[in-house]
Design a protein around this ligand. Structure first.
Ligand code: FES
Ligand SMILES: [Fe+2]
Length: 445
């Protein structure tokens, strides 16, 4: 099939449609793994996951296990987490501290800079000179990069510099990283779960405001009941007191921004409210970053850095890593994300709100993942009819930014600003344009 059989993208005709085969075809999935996950920058984790010398964490890029660790000098490095002897996975834990890794198969050992330190019974091994000339250390990733607290790696050497790949979306990462004077960390307690559907359904859902009231009525009812029971004033919205959010008679309270390479944000005005665990920092944040940037930190923001990082700051703050396992199987790793050094009370509030909404044990995530699985079931073997879920907002989408983004100097490729009920679907176009660019060659190969 040609790329145009998968994505029908004709802006001049007001058409953007998706063939459900992109969620079911094994050939598409294989192309995605090679060209997107193993063919460019992907998110690995936060630098705080390996804070001290010799700390490490493990993750995955496509089909490859990856080890990120700090050496004795505190320098971070990223390696294929596989022993050069017979290829066994080396570090077994998600996270740990190891000046020396000893392979569990035949005990070759490696220091925290990835250098081979010992080959068991080397002298008795009758190795050839050619073997001695080989590098027995761990293979480094061709590219490893850091922006603020965020670590990225690439298995492919032929990629643009990380800064170019992230582009203007770095300012959205700044809105996260700048919440704490000392940076950002993951709250202990990682959750891993799978759902029986395609990885791009998670990609889309994070940016899907349209589903919220339909998919999560039980969560909304619980919130309403709490408000009736606990009637104290919980919202001190900037909507009431800041000119820049309320100077429009149309009631605009959010929208979306799309950036090059498939990075997108959807957002809504939340207000500087005690309902946010950031509230205790409202004054200091305004002093450090100005009121507009502070208010942006309080806004509801769902950010995707294509292809595998999502940061959802709505009911609480969640960092997600998406890992495709099969066309109809996806692994999610999720954490509560928090500014370092926040008070115990703020951290408690953040975690309670986090438990409430997120994860398989929360009130929202199960609704979402069941919907992804319903979609996957609906696709059958990849039905022949185009999907129509990419059309909302078509006539509201404009090239460039808008006055709300201008407050913090955002320079997106496209933006949508509208009544909250618009629930833009055009920000998915950015995903699929990046997706199409990346897999085109692979599909034709
Ligand atoms: S595979 Fe690691 S020592 Fe043999
Ligand atoms: Fe949802």
């Amino acid at each position: 099939m040609a790329l145009t059989d998968y994505i029908d993208d004709r802006p001049a005709d007001g058409v953007f449609r998706v063939n459900p085969a992109i969620f079911t075809d094994q050939s598409v999935f294989d192309a995605e793994i090679k060209a997107i996950f193993e063919g460019g920058w992907v998110f690995l984790g936060l630098s705080s996951q390996a804070e001290q010398p010799h700390d490490y964490f493990t993750t995955q890029i496509g089909r490859f296990p990856v080890l990120v660790q700090r050496d004795g000098q505190g320098e971070l490095g990223a390696f294929i987490n596989a022993c050069p002897h017979k290829g066994a996975r080396l570090a077994q834990l998600r996270q740990g501290h190891a000046p020396l890794h000893v392979c569990p198969y035949h005990s070759w050992s490696f220091d925290s800079a990835g250098r081979n330190k010992a080959i068991k019974s080397k002298r008795a091994g009758c190795y050839s000179a050619a073997f001695d000339q080989d590098d027995h250390g761990l293979a480094r990733l061709p590219h490893f990069g850091q922006y603020r607290d965020f670590l990225f790696g690439s298995l492919t050497a032929d990629v643009p510099p990380l800064a170019e790949y992230l582009g203007g979306a770095v300012q959205l990462l700044d809105l996260v990283a700048d919440q704490g004077e000392a940076g950002t960390e993951l709250v202990p307690g990682q959750v891993t779960f799978t759902y029986a559907a395609n990885w791009k359904l998670q990609l889309e859902n994070c940016s899907d405001a349209y589903h919220f009231t339909s998919t999560h009525p039980s969560y909304i009812r619980v919130l309403e009941r709490r408000q009736q029971t606990f009637s104290q004033d919980v919202v001190a919205s900037v909507w009431e007191n800041s000119d820049y959010w309320k100077d429009d008679a149309t009631g605009i309270g959010g929208g979306s921004f799309s950036f090059a390479n498939g990075h997108v944000l959807n957002w809504g005005v939340f207000g500087v409210t005690p309902a946010s665990p950031l509230f205790e920092q409202a004054g200091p944040l305004a002093e450090r970053h100005g009121e507009a940037k502070r208010d942006w930190m309080f806004n509801m923001r769902n950010l995707t850095i294509f292809p595998n990082l999502q940061i959802a700051e709505n009911a609480s703050s969640q960092l997600r890593i998406i890992r495709p396992l099969a066309p109809n199987l996806t692994e999610m790793r999720t954490w509560c994300l928090a500014p370092k050094g926040e008070s115990a009370a703020a951290r408690r509030q953040r975690i309670r709100q986090y438990e409430d909404f997120f994860n398989p044990t929360g009130m929202a995530t199960p609704d979402d993942t069941v919907s992804y699985e319903n979609c996957q079931m609906g696709y059958g073997g990849g039905m022949s009819r185009w999907l129509q879920g990419y059309a909302r907002g078509m006539t509201a989408s404009i090239a460039g930014g808008n006055r709300f983004g201008d407050l913090i100097g955002l320079g997106p490729e496209r933006s949508v600003l509208a009544d909250p009920q618009l629930c833009d679907e055009t920000l998915y176009h950015s995903y699929y344009r990046a997706w199409a660019n990346r897999i085109a060659q692979e599909l034709q190969a």
